[in-house]
Design a protein around this ligand. Structure first.
Ligand SMILES: [Zn+2]
Ligand SMILES: [Zn+2]
Length: 99
């Protein structure tokens, strides 16, 4: 895996969506290969993940797909939309961190 090389070549040209899709793909293969391990608890609120509120990988920087923050879906909403309430699930799941 060579995220930095790919980053240099694609970052400027890629749309945000393409970059996030690329990062999520990298993250998912890292999870599959055991490089990243999904914890059982949210790193922000320490709640246990469950079907309603699963633990998701959040990227502070899509150019670093292996550097993720493991947060529950509720905290994840707050990370992306700190001022919004009642954020659409589709908005989050449709183009980001969809696992
Ligand atoms: Zn949480
Ligand atoms: Zn996120």
């Amino acid at each position: 895996m060579q995220p930095r090389k790919v980053h240099n070549r694609t970052y400027m040209a890629a749309s945000n969506w393409t970059l996030s899709a690329w990062a999520i793909g990298k993250t998912q293969s890292a999870i599959k290969s055991g490089l990243l391990v999904r914890p059982d608890v949210c790193s922000m609120c320490a709640s246990q993940g469950n079907r309603q509120n699963p633990i998701l990988a959040h990227h502070d920087d899509y150019a670093k797909p292996i550097e993720v923050r493991w947060v529950c879906r509720e905290c994840h909403k707050r990370l992306h939309y700190p001022l919004a309430s009642g954020v659409s699930e589709e908005l989050i799941r449709g183009n980001h961190d969809n696992q």
